[in-house]
Design a protein around this ligand. Sequence first.
Ligand code: ZN
Length: 184
Amino acid sequence: MNFSWTAHRFAGGALALDVANSVVLRHDEARRADRFDVEAQLLSFPKAAAEYSAERSIFGDVVLTMPEDKQAFIALREATDRYFRSRVLSGHQGEALLADLLEAIARVLRGGSAANGVDRATAHSALRLIAAPESERMKICGNCGWLFLDRSKNRSRVWCDMTVCGNRAKASRHYRRRREEDAP
Ligand SMILES: [Zn+2]
């Protein structure tokens, strides 16, 4: 399959969310895809993150490297998604999920990952998000299920990326309407 990390895949607005979003269509068992299952895609992620992540200015000119411990990195990704998804859906902090996320962050930081490791950068990003008032702007894309920060002035975003998910939703609405009109 032809795949490349594009700006769209970093629509989360924070590295930790972009990492969580490396699983596409999480809610859809049949269609869900884990981009990190393919080694080449995991290998090319750090460089793409340094190029496209909204937090790239924090990395400066540092070249992000592969996670030392892939398992710990994936555990961090899953804990990040569970905690923030539940927080967006329920509107409050789940303390057990928060504890899990903090543990996953600690495991990466304590694991001696490289100072410029993408796993360490992701752990710091998740930490920032936990405390940041900006997290109140976090939403779940109505099309693909990605987590994203809505930085629009009136907080009116529904899609992670209007040009991709917004258009797809519009097209499928149009398609459904056409089918209903055509139905006998
Ligand atoms: Zn989306």
